[in-house]
Design a protein around this ligand. Sequence first.
Ligand SMILES: [Zn+2]
Length: 254
Amino acid sequence: MDNPMFLEIVKADYIDGYRIELWFNNGKSKVIDFYDLLDGEVYEPLKNISNFKSFSIRFNTIEWENGADFAPEFLFNYESVKNDADKVAEPPAEYTVAATADSAPVLNAHNKDEFPPAHTAEHLLNQTMGRMFGCERSRNMHIERKKSKINFQLDRPLTADEVAEVERRINELIAADLPVTYEFVTRDNIPEGVKLDKLPEDASETIRLVRIGDYDVCPCIGTHVQSTREIGNFRITSTSFNDGSFRIVYKVAE
Ligand SMILES: [Zn+2]
């Protein structure tokens, strides 16, 4: 794709066997036969067909009850042998841009279910990873109340010391109780250094910027805490590295 966009899966319909039809936020749908993908500790249990049917859409991708999931980008690009040809389809009705009052800026649709403390911690983590390791903000994350997963593109895994340092810095930012503030700008008034490439191509002209103190600013329409102390405590519970993707699993205190 010339113009990278933040791919999301917005709907999944079971068909038969191991086939599921997936609907993406770019208006395309495709049928994927998952059977060949069900290898490894997390995916193996899904060979049991009743486990396989236990999927739902959670945080912009398909996720099974046991926590197994796939990145939307991966599934969008996956060439399944038994695939139907990609077809352009109307997005499902439940995926609609939020209706707003006439005077209110029209913003992009966003998953509103994200747990605000965990989602706000995601902002801090994105900025911290960028500062420490020069990586881009993540395009692949599942933010939940219980535990959140976020993947960064890196050429190596972080060491245990580095992981501890990331955690320490974020807890320092939480303790500093930085205010979360909002600002509406038009596309041609975006401050320097703020990237819009995570937004869908059809993103609205009015963009909401979210600032956390002077530490981070990025476009987002999610729900945040009012100041960072509400995040409570940030803990990285595990990390893993696979083919240029470094995954951080974290929890915030409730
Ligand atoms: Zn946000």
